[in-house]
Design a protein around this ligand. Structure first.
Ligand code: HEC
Ligand code: HEC
Length: 288
């Protein structure tokens, strides 16, 4: 300690230690660093007293504050459940159109409807609601029975030609062929008339065909073939077809019509689920 001195080159005091003529400069740690270091020690001690920290044989010290991450998880699960219960009750209490106007509620309903759709609807309408022959695509904006949220709700709740629901949508296209309402030549002319509306190969608009259409078909399919969602008569003037897009499939439907059946769900699913399904289907892109 005796030979502390000022180093000539750096101007810093030496510690007095010297090895073979090499001297050690005395550069103490900066104050702020030292106090921060002490601070972390104090914090760590405080933390291990307040919170669970030290492992014991079968558990751990529990800490003075009594915090536990498991209890924390339980609490947030319980509050998420309570919040969801509240949303389900709101969906149940409000009409579909009103649910659509409430962004939080609509988002919740869409998500619920999407998973219910996978379970109850995808076997007929496809997992992406894209449909198949005889089962309508629910992504497009052609609606046999109407595409407002309330109309979609009614279709899902009561079905189409369901024999278990008295409020079901019901309308049957007449058997023009097998019941002899039209002659084969007349059927041929109307089928060609219909095919001409959307440019299908073999289609041909004729005066007689147009007249037959007005007399026999316009009541359900509209004067210009654009459909009638009150009666469930699909549009015949666009490229979207339930039963096929050829002159042959059109003729077949006039001769011996098929009558699609969609089950009614009001007696199987709760109202909240049906509303969620309606919101989901409405959101697929074609909702009006
Ligand atoms: C057994 C088969 C089947 C199942 C299951 C089914 N559907 Fe349908 N769905 C149909 C058929 C067939 C039609 C067309 C009815 C018609 O010809 O008018 C239809 C029509 C619809 C329509 C009306 C489409 C329009 O253009 O107006 C909606 C909406 C619909 N289904 C939604 C659903 C939802 C939601 C579910 C699940 C809860 C479901 N469907 C389950 C067969 C089914
Ligand atoms: C009483 C009402 C009614 C009348 C009248 C009627 N239709 Fe229909 N038509 C329907 C209904 C309902 C459907 C849908 C059937 C289904 O959903 O399964 C349909 C379906 C069709 C389809 C199949 C559409 C598709 O997307 O595949 C064609 C084609 C058709 N009708 C042509 C005609 C022609 C042509 C006439 C006149 C000769 C006619 N319809 C008269 C009610 C009617």
């Amino acid at each position: 300690m005796s030979d502390k001195q000022i180093d000539e080159v750096s101007g810093v005091e030496t510690t007095g230690h010297e090895w073979d003529g090499i001297k050690e400069l005395n550069n103490p740690l900066p104050r702020w660093w030292l106090w921060t270091f002490y601070g972390t020690i104090v914090f760590a001690i405080g933390y291990t007293i307040a919170y669970p920290a030290w492992p014991l044989i079968s558990s751990a010290t529990s800490g003075l504050l009594g915090y536990s991450s498991r209890a924390d998880l339980d609490a947030s699960l319980a509050s998420a459940k309570a919040a969801q219960g509240d949303l389900v009750a709101q969906v149940e209490a409000r009409p579909v159109a009103e649910i659509l106007g409430d962004e939080t509620l609509a988002r919740f309903a869409r998500a619920g409807g999407k998973s219910a759709f996978k379970v109850y609807c995808s076997q007929c309408h496809g997992s992406g609601a894209q449909g198949a022959a005889g089962y309508p695509n629910l992504n497009d904006d052609e609606w046999i029975w109407g595409g407002t949220a309330d109309q979609i709700y009614a279709t899902i709740a009561h079905g189409v030609r369901s024999n278990t629901d008295t409020d079901t949508h019901f309308n049957l296209m007449p058997n023009f062929g097998t019941e002899g309402l039209l002659t084969p030549e007349q059927i041929d002319l109307t089928a060609k008339q219909v095919a001409s509306l959307s440019g299908i190969e073999g289609g041909e608009a004729t005066t007689e065909g147009g007249q037959l259409f007005t007399e026999n078909c316009a009541a359900c399919h509209g004067d210009t073939g654009l459909g009638n969602s009150e009666l469930g008569g699909p549009s015949l003037a666009d490229p979207i077809w339930l039963y096929g897009n050829t002159l042959e499939t059109i003729r077949a439907q006039v001769e011996r019509p098929r009558h699609g059946v969609m089950p009614a769900w009001s007696n199987k699913l709760g109202d909240a689920t049906i509303k969620q399904l309606a919101v989901y289907v409405h959101s697929l892109g074609g909702g009006q």
